[in-house]
Design a protein around this ligand. Structure first.
Ligand SMILES: Cc1cc2nc3c(=O)[nH]c(=O)nc-3n(C[C@H](O)[C@H](O)[C@H](O)COP(=O)(O)OP(=O)(O)OC[C@H]3O[C@@H](n4cnc5c(N)ncnc54)[C@H](O)[C@@H]3O)c2cc1C
Length: 91
């Protein structure tokens, strides 16, 4: 996979002189097999409950950029459902 990526990105197709694989077990989490189907089920169940919104890294992407994108989309849905722009609380 790394060789394929190096070739695609940088045109390098030479065989490595040496390599070693490091697996960081406590690195960024990964979804387990069946995630897409599970999330589709959760989405279908959630849609039966208007006003209930789920967001966060558990659903449509683990990284911060995915989470931020989803949070913004969810916030827009909440505002649309509430019928207007959010109102700041009184001081
Ligand atoms: C080891 C590791 C490395 C990572 N590295 C990267 C990286 O390099 N780049 C990248 O883009 N992303 C990385 N991530 C992913 C990134 O951390 C997540 O994308 C991001 O934190 C998800 O934000 P979130 O708001 O969905 O969840 P979280 O950040 O987990 O926030 C959820 C919050 O809700 C709180 N909470 C939970 N239950 C309750 C409750 N019942 N009541 C009140 N509060 C509650 C929790 O305490 C927590 O503060 C990494 C994650 C891990 C674990």
């Amino acid at each position: 996979m790394v060789k394929a990526e190096l070739k695609a990105m940088m045109g390098i197709d030479a065989e490595p002189v040496l390599f070693k694989i490091f697996r960081w077990r406590k690195a960024m989490p990964q979804y387990i097999i069946g995630h897409a189907e599970r999330v589709a089920d959760i989405k279908a169940l959630t849609e039966k409950h208007p006003g209930l919104y789920l967001t966060g890294s558990a659903y449509y992407g683990i990284g911060i950029s995915d989470t931020t994108r989803e949070a913004e989309a969810t916030a827009k849905k909440v505002v649309a459902t509430c019928g207007g722009a959010p109102v700041a609380p009184e001081a």
